[in-house]
Design a protein around this ligand. Structure first.
Ligand code: 5AD
Ligand code: FES
Length: 353
């Protein structure tokens, strides 16, 4: 396929917001720096149209690194005996949320491994307390796979959004990345349940995950188009030294940035974070991500003494900084490229109009 034909496919994506499986394969394999900058330019049009130069911030609380799952890529997998485990108490979580509120955050994200220590009712109580203390805050949960009734309980307690990356749409590739009992079927069911309950839902995948092919990535794009989530989180795969994938090569920053742009063209209104993994892979990764269409950043609000322990991959950034530093750092970084972080809930465009 010639470059000309790839440019034409980008134009088609930009007007129709969809491509066929074969077209996606051509676009992904057709990557060149020139095509990527063309994608970024088009992506910024939609970013600007729906969100202006505003970047939404989410205060991220990493509440537990206990996890009952054993994903081959993840540093907090249950088989990693070297991970120093911690969990925050309800009071610690609330104190973190209060600090976030004072710093100006209007979205609090509770993220953690799948930790059975917290009962469904405990999480519901934490959500209720945060919403009672800060009714103008959105609460986002990112606590893994549960059943419909649990998601419903948390939604009724006041949770607004839920992040659950689909990881890979292809079932064989899913099995390559995750041992049983995890399955792509259940994961995708969770996402459909979340949407049905009324959450703003976030899916996503790692770019350059071990075993990933162009076909898998094409399927990820088709899956996301069909699911139509409000948010999509992507970042490069980065190896963690205490996992079975320790010696796998990291995903490419350039490809991740390319995909951010492609996602903005496919889902023009989507909430798209420039992730910590992207900032870890490249010191200017988050800035480049925003310039390719991302419109969300998620500074770390966790207590400093636990940040290093929430290590999904090696060399994670922001493990030494105070919450206030992280927020200012990102505000400055965004300002340096002509964007402004804003203190608002930062809902999906369809919720605000
Ligand atoms: N490299 C990059 N991203 C990772 N995640 C987990 N482990 C890694 C890794 N080694 C991502 C997964 C998960 C999210 C919380 O972090 O996509 O859904
Ligand atoms: Fe955490 Fe820059 S965002 S220190």
């Amino acid at each position: 396929m010639s470059d000309r034909m790839v440019f034409d496919l980008i134009d088609k994506l930009n007007t129709e917001h969809a491509l066929s499986r074969q077209e996606w394969i051509s676009v992904i394999d057709g990557y060149t720096p020139e095509i990527a900058s063309y994608v970024s330019e088009k992506a910024r049009y939609w970013q600007q149209k729906y969100y202006g130069n505003k970047i939404f911030v989410r205060g991220l609380i990493e509440m537990t690194n206990y996890c009952k799952n054993d994903c081959y890529y993840c540093g907090i997998r249950r088989s990693n005996r070297n991970a120093e485990r911690y969990r925050l108490t309800k009071d610690e979580i609330l104190a973190c949320a209060d600090l976030g509120y004072e710093l100006g955050y209007r979205t609090i994200v509770l993220q953690g491994g799948e930790d059975p220590f917290y009962k469904d009712e405990d999480i519901a109580a934490i959500v209720t307390m945060i919403k009672q203390a800060h009714p103008d805050c959105a609460v986002t949960l990112s606590l893994g796979e549960r059943e419909y009734d649990t998601y419903k309980l948390w939604f009724d307690a006041g949770a607004d959004r839920y992040l659950l990356r689909h990881e890979t749409a292809n079932h064989d590739h899913y099995r390559y990345l995750h041992p049983e009992p995890l399955s792509a079927v259940h994961r995708q069911q969770c996402l459909r349940d979340l949407k049905q309950i009324g959450y703003q839902a976030g899916a996503g995948f790692m770019v350059g995950a071990p075993g990933q092919t162009t076909e898998h990535l094409a399927e990820d794009m088709l899956f996301l188009k069909e699911l139509d989530p409000e948010m999509v989180g992507i970042g490069p795969f980065l190896p963690h030294h205490d996992t079975p994938f320790a010696d796998e090569k990291p995903g490419s920053t350039e490809m991740t940035i390319y995909f951010l742009g492609l996602l903005r063209l496919m889902l023009p209104k989507v909430l798209l974070p420039a992730t910590t993994a992207l900032g870890t892979a490249d010191p200017l990764g988050r800035e480049k991500g925003v310039q390719a269409g991302a419109n969300v950043v998620m500074p770390n609000l966790s207590p400093t003494d636990v940040r290093k322990k929430y290590e999904l991959y090696d060399n994670k950034i922001c493990t030494g900084d105070e919450a206030a530093e992280c927020k200012n750092c990102l505000a400055n970084r965004m300002r340096s490229i002509g964007y402004e972080v804003v203190a608002s809930r930062g809902d999906h465009y369809s919720v605000t109009v």
